[in-house]
Design a protein around this ligand. Structure first.
Ligand SMILES: C[S@@+](CC[C@H](N)C(=O)[O-])C[C@H]1O[C@@H](n2cnc3c(N)ncnc32)[C@H](O)[C@@H]1O
Length: 315
């Protein structure tokens, strides 16, 4: 940004001025949109309205309302950070939306965007029988807690465990549990995948683990580099954690239990690794891909395959 901040604070006055100016700046900088919006216009609207606590569908008549000096300074600072440091917008706003719910986010956690939201909103139909909802749910690799907390809304009497290896992430998840008044039913667990959960079983295990392969990790846009590497990196083929999940999940599922795992574009590598396994790939309205479902029975039937694949990995 070349013009001095002082002169900009004087010249830009209204919401409309700031949305227009943000749009120009976003188009000038080589920004990547992958955290809640997919274009400069929506990003500008979200930044300006979101940071002023105004609703997304704010009446157009308000757009010519003038802002206070403090608001103008704050907006300029945020637009500058978005453009110059490529900070993802949800980190700037401290909030992200998932399955219609607001979650606190900051650089200790991945910004929620899993297509599993769609499954949760549909009660995991047709795999979960609405008449027999899960009583215990594990959100493995929980980050902000978004998946497990959204599950707690979908299944209002279920007990939910949010597990992660990062205590930093769990600190954020705990704030989100409190924010959603779920302290009595939702707990956190710190550990490496299933470690420390011996003897515990669940009717539903949902996981969005790290699954970015080495090539994608090396070429990620700057915006994704600001998320914790621990939340993304998963070895050469993106499957280092998924191998362990597959080999151990059965020991933590009830007999009618279900495993739901996101592997994103590492789905092809997984199919190639375990061609004999009947992964059921979920079809999403959003056209997202890379989420599979396996029943406890299917996991049991292929336990030897999972263990063989794990034995040859370096984990
Ligand atoms: C892709 S993020 C998903 C976060 C959240 N579930 C979501 O969908 O937004 C993966 C999470 O896995 C956690 N993680 C990485 N390695 C782990 C491990 N070995 N055991 C448990 N959690 C792990 C990271 O700390 C991170 O929070």
């Amino acid at each position: 940004m070349t013009q001095s901040t002082t002169s900009l604070v004087q010249e830009l006055q209204t919401l409309r001025d700031f949305i227009r100016w943000a749009l120009t700046q976003f188009n000038r900088h080589n920004l990547y949109y992958g955290h809640g919006t997919d274009n400069a216009w929506d990003e500008a609207l979200h930044l300006v309205l979101g940071s002023l606590h105004l609703p997304w569908d704010t009446d157009e008549r308000l757009l010519d309302a003038r802002l206070t000096q403090l608001e103008r300074e704050k907006l300029l600072h945020l637009i500058q950070q978005r453009c110059e440091q490529h900070t993802p917008l949800p980190y700037l706003l401290g909030e992200s939306w998932f399955a219609g719910l607001a979650f606190k986010v900051d650089p200790r956690v991945l910004i929620p965007r899993s297509p599993i939201a769609e499954l949760i909103e549909q009660g995991f139909s047709p795999w979960v029988d609405a008449l027999e909802p899960p009583k215990r749910i594990l959100d493995l690799c929980t980050g902000s807690g978004c998946i497990g907390i959204a599950c707690a809304y979908a299944f209002p009497v279920a007990e939910v465990v949010l597990a992660d290896i990062s205590q930093d992430a769990l600190d954020v998840a705990e704030e989100n549990i409190a924010r959603h008044h779920l302290l009595s039913r939702v707990k956190t667990h710190c550990g490496d995948l299933f470690r420390g959960l011996d003897g515990e079983t669940f009717d539903l295990i949902v996981s969005n683990p790290p699954y970015v392969d080495a090539r994608d990790l090396a070429t990620m846009p700057e915006e994704y580099r600001q998320e914790p590497e621990l939340a993304l990196a998963a070895g050469e083929d993106g499957l280092s954690l998924v191998r362990v999940i597959l080999a151990q999940a059965r020991h933590h599922l009830t007999p009618q239990g279900l495993l739901v795992v996101e592997v994103g574009n590492s789905d092809e590598a997984l199919e190639a690794l375990l061609p004999q396994v009947p992964f059921l790939w979920v079809e999403f309205e959003s056209q997202a891909r890379g989420v599979f479902v396996l029943t406890a029975d299917q996991l049991a039937a292929h336990q030897a395959d999972f263990e063989a694949v794990l034995a040859t990995s370096d984990r």
